[in-house]
Ligand binder design. Sequence first.
Ligand SMILES: Nc1ncnc2c1ncn2[C@@H]1O[C@H](COP(=O)(O)OP(=O)(O)OP(=O)(O)O)[C@@H](O)[C@H]1O
Ligand SMILES: [Mg+2]
Length: 293
Amino acid sequence: MTDATDRELVIRDLRVAPAAKPDNEILQGINLTIRKGETHAIMGPNGSGKTTLAYALMGHPAYVVTSGEVLWKGRNLLKLSADKRSRLGLFLAFQYPTAIPGLSVASFIRSALNAKLQGIDKNPDVDPTDAIKGGVPMLEFRRRMRDKMALLRMDDGFAARYVNDGFSGGEKKRLEMLQMAMLEPEFAILDETDSGLDIDALRIVAEGVNAMLNPNMGVLLITHYQRLLNYITPDTVHVLAAGRIVKSGGKDLALRLEEEGYGPILREGGLEVDVADEALAVPLEPEAAAAGR
Ligand SMILES: Nc1ncnc2c1ncn2[C@@H]1O[C@H](COP(=O)(O)OP(=O)(O)OP(=O)(O)O)[C@@H](O)[C@H]1O
Ligand SMILES: [Mg+2]
């Protein structure tokens, strides 16, 4: 394994379809290299395939990779189960986190953390449930949880609640960030972690993410809004449309999108622009909208 392969995630000509509709490719050739220490933002219209990309990278069984490869730590990730990808340091914060009634936040995170400690080869010498054999002692776990919850300004009571059960939209997003803070991934995919957060929560979560950023972690940040990028400065911004990255640039690209909508950039990329994109770019006055103009 050379140093370079250990320092970056490389996506080559990735094509992905839903398992239910394998002929209907959503991603049609994604090429992207994200080095550790870098944050890349992906923006794109609804339905352009952003979540599909996140799921394909993580190994969601509802998607099939029709071609391409994803290299990480000298391995083709696409050949590995989601569990192994996680053990190799990948993490996905879901756009729509699921509730798991009956399983507490603390147990959930502790199990995930312990499983990760065994590494990809599930080292038999490590018994993660036993502190003497490489597990995280309970006291240490509690201390870490308290620290990370404080970072995200979460009430201690959350640790005892069931995972996402009855959580508000914003609480669910914070829990995703708590998991990330605890698991300390080397590559994190954040799928619209900013959506559903109020202004203060957005700042707190963004500060939390910033505190987690380090030279050993790469980040793929999926977002619709420039405002998140006011807090977390991306090295590169990519626009995903029609299953491809149609444009990449710096932070300015996000500002341009906010001002112009997707229309001009998609046209530059030779793509048809549908009416919805145009409408986003030039918001109608309420009276005009009511009159159907
Ligand atoms: N399992 C599936 N079966 C059928 N179609 C799917 C499936 N998953 C995704 N799609 C379709 O693929 C397209 C891309 O979906 P995806 O969720 O990746 O979009 P997105 O860019 O994340 O959108 P948004 O901004 O709304 O979150 C959509 O048209 C969606 O309906
Ligand atoms: Mg999505």
